[in-house]
Design a protein around this ligand. Sequence first.
Ligand SMILES: *Cc1c(COP(=O)(O)O)cnc(C)c1O
Length: 369
Amino acid sequence: MKYSDIANKGVQSLSPYQAGKPIEELARELGIDNVGDIVKLASNENPFGFPESAKQAILMQLEQLTRYPDSNGFELKAALAQKFGLTAEQITLGNGSNDLIELIAHTFAAEGDEIIFSQYAFIVYPLISKAINAVAREIPAQDWGHDLAGFLAAINQKTKLIYIANPNNPTGNFLSHAQLEEFLAQVPPHIIVVLDEAYTEFTAARERVDSFALLKSYPNLILSRTFSKAYGLAGLRIGYAVSAEEIASLLNRVRQPFNCNSLALAAAQAVLQDDAFVEKAAHNNRVEMQRYQEFCHEHGLEYIPSKGNFITIDFKRPAAPIYQALLREGVIVRPLAGYGMPEHLRISIGLPEENTRFFTALSKVLSLA
Ligand SMILES: *Cc1c(COP(=O)(O)O)cnc(C)c1O
């Protein structure tokens, strides 16, 4: 007997999530002592680290580690509600937004139900769909992004959930407010639409989707946000969903009672007030994204225009050797073969000097210089 034979059917078809290579792992492989020599541009983390305000909040909270965290996250929810003009009852906190994406699937879908998402969309959507034995309806991408007409055409009696990442990871594609509104207007109200806005803080204010306004018109919508990217707290694991109160009440029944730890709750509450930190990261992202685009134009490299804090380059040939060669230069980026994009690499936008390191390394690897 193989244990895989007795695992849930959906689980049998799963491959493990492939995370960006940790700096320490590459240092071991290359025999490098100084991890400072390695540049990691692989997991869309904040190159500025996390704000001092978070550190202070964590230190204050340390003394309380013996106690269970506040299961209801009262203070963080209050801070979110205040900042965005919501009620605390609309908010569900998660152990990262991955937790929320999973929680939503557990709450609304089961074996045989259909879950719609796009080809090349965030890989956690197919992962959770398969894990619960739901039917993953992957809609072929259009220019690497969401084909919303294709989504609508795929809706049937069994459709329970729709996941949309905006901007999408790993492609960076973006849907405008108008496009989303037109789509939502055509989705039957008994189907839950999850709008995963992990990168929304990087979008210029004039382009940003007013998703809170959409929520008012479309109560079947759930927004998912995270403190992992613009707020720089990926290691703490904290995110939040915003929805109709009735939906939040369901999600809050299904989640683990203590899914968010006390350090994460305290730090998230602190950084929420730190608009200057987020703006610094967003500004760096805009300026440096421009440098990436110029680099690509200069060297005839094709890329997918991105509204995230990363850019995905199409090398028009297998990218694995390029990825490996970059590793040997001490630069970690993200291969996308697991997404069915074996000729692309995704590069997270770093600090100016980190990006320069990447440009130099790639030029050397491709003999561009
Ligand atoms: C990074 C990312 C997340 C955030 O994950 P966390 O669990 O909050 O760290 C969610 N969705 C997408 C599309 C992402 O790229």
